[in-house]
Design a binder for this molecule. Structure first.
Ligand code: M6R
Length: 612
């Protein structure tokens, strides 16, 4: 869960690498490092603990390092604490091999012992140092070149990796290899770029290759050759990135998160437009024919974090509308539970990055079991997108803030599309309801804009409660799913301890934590459950809680119970999550700002969790 970059051309590499790393800092930011070389000169390595700016200061923004070929890394620690010693790049004992790595090498202890027996020494606690030295070991043992040595190491390494490696005796090129960690290779006139994610190279080129799993590439100046693990050459198709680099910049907002919160109406609109054509839902781009939809008997949704919360909201909508059983599982649990799956099941994997290790493993497990899979993915060409049988792209554009907002909303839009179309195809709703639901979905972007117009009130409320220590989010049904996402937003960026509770469950234990001034947010968007949740809100109020109510315009009686109320426009109960989540995202955001925290890069987190 790190970011890697590489450059081979005729400009000063370090400046380009630092600029690329700045676009990847969301992937990890506890230390960073660069390795550059000029012709046959020795490789120069500079590392720094802390944010990328420390490395930039140390190298005068890269100007102090001379060389036209280089690799760089920004780290999110897995093996070994954040320190300069553990920062990448790592080198073999005689500096023959220098490399950076994103991923996790599961059998690194066993490999390390092997290398220790062959007199290698280790200066760091990282699995990466082991991988670099293993490549060096094979190079010396078999007296072969880089492709052979990397391929031999790959057959021994268990786990995930995107590796970029410089070899002392090959000054004109560097090498990359990947398995289960993302890597894109960009080609321009006389220069090549590699990165863990497209925004890091978009300034230089739109022509990219997505290197396949267990493939190796030789990166020249504006050239690239691919090989499989058997060292046979392979041909890959160059692709053109069509989205705008501007989309990955802050565009006048103070943080990426608030920019992305404001981009939600567009993300939802673009995503809906991709499958609503002439007032009807068309899922053919994802390869979901009516015959296939009619044959599905169970749906299992697997995901992590916020994507899991989309699954929970989706479960309510699909079960209510389609009347087929839906199970929602955390990917990290699903993959080890030996899940019961049948041939007529559909496994839906939801992921913004398309690279989350647990979600990818869950997808592979479902495929091994012969079950049909659908990926709902934001990053084009990511592993989940490539490996799922059917793919639905959310059109949220690049999401940079660690806390997801617009990808979450776009994923929800896809869930609505699936639910409504499944219900129609399977005869659960008539033509009139079908048309009404689609028309209502299309009103969501405008209604989202209305919710955003009310943001100052939330800002005021957040400033008032910026010292909150504990917070509870309660709701029933879909409102419980909304509460879970609201609570996650709060804790991940504001570091306020918060919990989401099914409102009716509170009195079975958790209510004992409520005392004078405890902040409780009651979510009440579902008409049939409104009064029930309101009475649960009254229960906590009697015990001293300060209550924020979140409901639809018209439900003004909530003000008898809540101390502060936020209203959202009326919509179908199935789609309320899309509107209700915005005030909760804003609450987390403004509380984080009021507390002076790093909103876009909260501590201990990374955007893309490519390790278990
Ligand atoms: O890329 P993915 O959607 O697979 O990521 C899943 C989670 O890691 C992600 O949603 C995480 O919970 C976010 N930080 C929440 O804001």
């Amino acid at each position: 869960m790190c970011g890697i970059v590489g450059y081979n051309g005729s400009s000063n590499a370090a400046e380009i690498l630092l600029e690329g790393l700045s676009k990847l800092e969301y992937r990890g930011y506890d230390s960073a490092g660069l390795a550059v070389r000029s012709g046959t000169n020795d490789v120069v390595i500079v590392k720094a603990k802390g944010r990328l700016r420390v490395l930039a200061e140390k190298t005068n923004d890269g100007k102090a390092l001379k060389g036209t070929l280089g690799i760089g890394h920004t780290r999110w620690a897995t093996h070994g604490e954040p320190s300069e010693n553990n920062a990448h790049p790592h080198v073999s004992d005689d500096r023959n091999v220098v490399g950076v790595h994103n991923g996790i090498i599961e059998n690194y202890q066993e490999l390390k012992e092997k290398l220790l027996r062959h007199d290698y020494t280790f200066y760091s606690n990282t699995d990466t140092e082991v991988a670099i030295k293993l490549i060096d070991y094979y190079m010396k043992k078999y007296k072969e070149g880089p492709i052979d040595s990397i391929a031999r190491a790959m057959t021994r390494i268990k786990g995930s990796y995107a590796l970029a490696v410089i070899f002392k005796d090959y000054p004109e090129e560097f090498y990359v290899a990947r398995k289960d960690s993302p890597m894109v290779i960009g080609i321009a006139e006389g220069a090549s770029f590699i990165a863990s994610d497209v925004p890091a190279i978009l300034k230089h080129t739109r022509n990219v290759y997505y290197i396949g799993n267990q493939q190796i590439a030789r990166i020249g100046k504006g050239t690239v050759e691919f090989f499989d693990i058997d060292r046979e050459p392979v041909e890959l198709q160059m692709e053109e990135v069509t989205w705008d680099a501007e989309a990955a910049e802050k565009g006048g907002f103070e943080h990426f998160m608030i920019k992305e919160i404001h981009e939600q109406p567009k993300a939802v609109k673009d995503t809906l437009n991709a499958f609503i054509k002439d007032g009807r839902i068309d899922l053919s781009e994802a390869g979901l024919s009516d015959e296939y939809i009619a044959s599905i008997n169970n749906v299992t949704i697997v995901a992590c974090g916020s994507a899991y919360h989309v699954g929970l909201a989706g479960q309510y909508v699909i079960e209510k509308l389609v009347r087929i059983p839906v199970r929602v599982d955390l990917a990290s649990e699903f993959r080890y539970r030996d899940p019961i799956l049948n041939a007529d099941d559909l496994v839906i994997v939801i992921s913004q990055s398309g690279e989350t290790a647990d979600s990818l493993a869950a997808l592979r497990l479902a495929k091994e079991r012969g079950v049909s899979t659908l990926g709902i993915v934001n990053v084009v060409g990511s592993s989940i997108a490539r490996e799922a049988d059917h793919v639905f792209y959310t059109l949220a554009g690049p999401e940079i803030a660690v806390a997801t907002t617009k990808a979450y909303s776009a994923q929800l839009a896809v869930m609505y599309g699936l639910a409504v179309q499944f219900a129609k195809v399977r005869g659960q709703i008539d033509e009139e309801t079908y048309a009404q639901l689609i028309a209502e979905m299309e009103t969501l972007p405008k209604k989202m804009e209305r919710v955003l117009e009310d943001k100052e009130r939330i800002q005021w409320f957040a400033a008032k409660y910026s010292n909150a220590k504990d917070m509870f989010f309660i709701g029933r049904g879909i409102d419980y799913a909304i509460s879970m996402e609201g609570s996650l937003k709060m804790k991940e960026i504001s570091y306020v301890h918060s919990e989401a509770y099914a409102a009716g469950e509170l009195k079975h234990g958790t209510i004992s934590l409520v005392e004078d001034g405890t902040l409780v947010v009651g979510v009440c968007t579902q008409n049939s459950l409104y009064e029930k949740t309101r009475s649960n809100m009254a229960e906590v109020k009697t015990r001293g809680a300060y209550l924020m109510g979140l409901t639809s315009y018209g439900n003004y009686a909530i003000e008898d119970t809540a101390d502060f109320t936020v209203y959202i426009p009326r919509t179908s109960e199935y789609f309320a999550t899309t509107l209700a989540i915005i005030p909760l995202q804003l609450l987390g955001y403004y509380l984080s700002v009021a507390r002076g925290l790093n909103v876009d890069k909260p501590r201990n987190l990374a955007k893309s969790v490519t390790v278990e």
